[in-house]
Design a protein around this ligand. Structure first.
Ligand code: FMN
Length: 253
């Protein structure tokens, strides 16, 4: 076995200077947003304009996100970008699976099997807040179903992504994936795009495995919608609250 070529040694301070000129030019104005503004202005968008993200821009965002850290730099991400027709075809297949009553079960447990406090209360507040903003009442089962099916429609966005991970990988690599997903979301803000990460896109995994000829060696994690928000759509006005820093931090001297 031959050793992989050793990359050149470069001080961290010059990384940006080196990486930036190699990136795809999407021929669009980059926002001059501070990274902090990009992080705190991100919110999950659930109503998008239908315009797909042009490929050079999508590529540029991925070129940024690929610098996300991962344990031992194994980079466990493997994704599909679905644009235009392929996005629609996948949506249609998911809706058909739902209507047929296929097994929707994900290939992993997103949540613990039993809900406990304080998480149950936070989850409820999130659900009530979101459905409340959308004017969907508690008893309106069809309204709730339609709101949930919007997940499969990528909330109207023209571009979506699916996230896969090698099935043999462990918790650490799933942590790595989180850094990648957040990097994608924040990089998108830098181009004034919005996103929503979607565990719901991990449902009906057989549909994605078949459509994209992906073997059981890979697990479908979920996906993401990306695009330009319908700013005034009720679902986009919902802003879930956050814990105060001192509620989750212990300060030690
Ligand atoms: C990995 C991940 C999966 C998520 N899955 C879904 C989903 O399937 N559908 C959905 O509407 N929101 C989903 N969300 C969005 C969360 O509900 C949202 O992040 C949370 O309520 C906080 O709101 P904010 O992102 O607007 O700050 C997901 C978020 C993450 C990080």
């Amino acid at each position: 076995m031959t050793d992989a070529p050793t990359p050149p040694l470069v001080p961290a301070a010059t990384a940006l200077k080196q990486r930036l000129p190699e990136m795809t030019d999407p021929d669009m104005q980059r926002s001059d947003m501070h990274v902090e503004d990009a992080i705190i202005s991100r919110r999950s968008i659930r109503a998008f304009k239908p315009d797909p993200v042009p490929e050079p821009l999508m590529r540029r965002i991925l070129e940024a996100a690929r610098w996300a850290p991962s344990g031992s730099n194994i980079q466990p991400w493997k994704i599909h970008v679905l644009n235009g027709d392929s996005r629609q075809k996948y949506t249609d297949a998911l809706i058909a699976a739902e209507e047929r009553g296929d097994d929707s079960g994900m290939e992993y447990n997103y949540y613990a099997p039993e809900w406990e406090e304080p998480f149950l209360a936070r989850r409820r507040a999130c659900g009530f807040g979101l459905y409340g903003a959308m004017g969907v009442t508690r008893g309106d089962r069809e309204g709730r179903r339609q709101a949930f099916l919007s997940n499969y429609k990528f909330f109207g966005a023209g571009t979506g992504m699916l996230f896969w991970i090698r099935s043999t990988l462990e918790h650490g690599s799933w942590l790595d994936y989180g850094t990648f997903i957040q990097s994608l979301s924040v990089a998108a803000r830098g181009w004034e795009l919005s996103t929503i990460a979607q565990g719901a896109l991990g449902e009906y995994p057989h549909v994605a495995h078949e459509m994209f000829s992906i073997s059981e060696d890979y697990t479908l994690i979920g996906g993401m919608s990306i695009g330009w928000p319908e700013e005034e759509a009720p679902a986009n006005l919902f802003q879930p609250e956050r814990l105060e820093v001192d509620e989750f931090t212990t300060w030690l001297d």
